[in-house]
Ligand binder design. Structure first.
Ligand SMILES: Cc1cc2nc3c(=O)[nH]c(=O)nc-3n(C[C@H](O)[C@H](O)[C@H](O)COP(=O)(O)OP(=O)(O)OC[C@H]3O[C@@H](n4cnc5c(N)ncnc54)[C@H](O)[C@@H]3O)c2cc1C
Length: 490
């Protein structure tokens, strides 16, 4: 069984980990511990509960180096069946104990942190593919399954889901669904919400429901979408049905250089609007092109890779080539850059090395309509660079659609140690607000968690009231992942 890969080490001298937040903390009383232990494996050891309460939120990685976790759960539960999860939910609900679900704990916004203690429900004892419908191309999979294991099973049947997030090795299918994840090949295969056929979900009171299950429906709103992106605040996803595709029989690659980011963006827009769907379409600004794609500091590099049926790959790549070469100043470049990207695309060790050296470093991914992207590119970088101690703010386009695309900003700062946290928060405030003002949204695929909770009102307006109403209807005692996504009424 695959295990969780921990983020940057938790540095403990002689004392146990301390907690950064002094939020109201809910213990699990002894009789409830006994009841939970009768349902599944549990663990309330001090060090292991601290370790299980961490994810990859960059701010908390800095705290880890100082021996701190954001907050700590009282007990970890490791259920193996839906029935066990239903019983855990019911016990927590009756006893008003917070219940925070965690998968691979690869989230980068603190979503899996048990902010108010209580139970941490680890799904990684529920791994595996349950069934494969080879005619309909639908796979049924358990929530704690990691990407490589899902794809290995599907490959035996000549199938793929095609979801390859950078965190492929360390994230679970349940986490993909709960955070509305996006893979690096999303322009052909879609985002996770395009792949989900149906879900099994355990509600706060232990009720088990099934959502979706058909290619399309007209029986009211799609209930899959209540739980997609709900980050463990509305239910526990216990089983997932995903669409699959035949393993690709052909692959083609291309690389182009644009003289500026705006003209590259416009070429990507035209490719998408003509119906091109190259799996990978990544446009880097001049700084990122130089840092990792062989650029000279001026050129903006576009990496393209498509895979699938040769006829459809050929059509997409022809559209790509025509639109790129129709752009003034665009030149084809050495296709080797795609191979290099394939080799280093999931390596984030450089970012962790910067954290160890005391740098603030993080990423911010958003979407906007094509008409807004060029100004967001300028406004967000100016806002980020305007923050005291900021060092860099760079960007690439990573996922494209007919009406817009995802811009992915990477930023770094070098504050004095006692200003680390204030600088981190100031960067998020400045970047997020500039993006929202310029017509972008709050997140494309990393989600909200703790880090972005404070922006939910600004981003959703009155819509946040609707989300809060759904939350109080489904979870009236607020036990599911409390303190996240701006859902708690102030
Ligand atoms: C190096 C790195 C690269 C990354 N690259 C990408 C990327 O390319 N694309 C992308 O989309 N994301 C990326 N991420 C973010 C992260 O991997 C995703 O958000 C991922 O989907 C989280 O899955 P997880 O299993 O680790 O979830 P966790 O971090 O354990 O949990 C995340 C949230 O989902 C909830 N949750 C988890 N499982 C369930 C469940 N079964 N039912 C209900 N709620 C649940 C948790 O309560 C929490 O709120 C990256 C992260 C890292 C560290």
């Amino acid at each position: 069984m695959r295990e969780i890969t921990p983020p940057i080490e938790l540095v403990l001298a002689d004392a146990p980990a301390t907690t950064r937040f002094d939020t109201a903390w809910v213990d699990v009383p002894e009789p409830v511990l006994v009841e939970l232990a009768g349902v599944c494996a549990t663990d309330h050891d001090d060090e292991r509960t601290a370790l299980a309460s961490r994810d990859w939120w960059p701010l908390s990685m800095k705290w880890a180096l100082d021996g701190m976790v954001p907050q700590r759960c009282a007990v970890v539960c490791r259920p193996q069946t839906t029935d066990q999860i239903a019983r855990i939910a019911s016990i927590c609900n009756l006893n008003r104990i917070p219940l925070t679900v965690a998968g691979g704990r690869s989230g980068v916004c603190g979503a899996a942190v048990p902010l108010h203690g209580g139970v941490l429900l680890d799904t990684t004892a529920m791994q595996g593919v349950v069934s494969i419908d080879e005619i309909s191309h639908v796979v049924e999979v358990l929530p704690g399954t990691f990407g490589p294991d899902l794809e290995a099973r599907l490959a035996e049947h000549g199938l793929t889901v095609g979801h390859y997030p950078q965190s492929f090795d360390i994230a679970t299918v349940g986490g993909w669904v709960a955070c509305r994840g996006a893979g690096q090949y999303s322009t052909r295969y879609g985002k996770i919400e395009d792949m989900v056929v149906g879900l099994e979900v355990v509600l706060a009171d232990g009720t088990v429901i099934r959502t979706g299950g058909a290619p399309r429906a007209a029986a009211g709103p799609d209930l899959n979408h209540i739980f997609l992106g709900s980050e463990g605040t509305l239910g526990v996803v216990t089983r997932i049905w995903l669409r699959c595709h035949p393993v690709p029989t052909s692959e083609r690659r291309a690389v182009y250089g644009f003289r500026d980011f705006a003209s590259g963006l416009d070429a990507c827009r035209r490719i998408m609007q003509r119906g091109g769907t190259p799996a990978v379409l990544r446009l880097y600004d001049a700084a990122e092109s130089k840092r990792g794609q062989g650029g000279d500091g001026e050129v903006c590099v576009l990496l393209v890779l498509d895979e699938g049926d040769p006829a459809s790959v050929g059509a997409s790549m022809s559209i790509v080539d025509e639109e790129c070469l129709a752009t003034e100043g665009c030149q084809p470049r050495d296709v080797e850059a795609v191979e290099a990207w394939l080799h280093h695309r999931n390596d984030t060790s450089a970012l962790q090395a910067l954290t160890r050296k005391g740098f603030v470093v993080d990423t911010m991914e958003i979407t906007a309509p094509w008409a807004r992207l060029a100004s967001i590119f300028d406004d967000a970088r100016s806002a980020l660079l305007g923050v005291t101690h900021a060092r860099t703010a760079t960007c690439h386009l990573s996922h494209s659609y007919v009406d817009g695309a995802c811009l992915y900003f990477t930023f770094a700062a070098s504050p004095p140690a006692d200003e680390f946290e204030s600088t981190y928060n100031a960067l998020w405030d400045a970047g997020t607000r500039a993006i929202l003002r310029s017509g972008g949204n709050l997140s494309h695929h990393h989600g909200i968690g703790l880090n972005r909770s404070r922006f939910m009102g600004e981003a959703l307006g009155n819509g946040l009231g609707v989300l809060r109403a759904i939350k109080s209807a489904l979870d009236p005692h607020g036990i599911l992942n409390p303190g996240k996504m701006g859902l708690d009424v102030d």
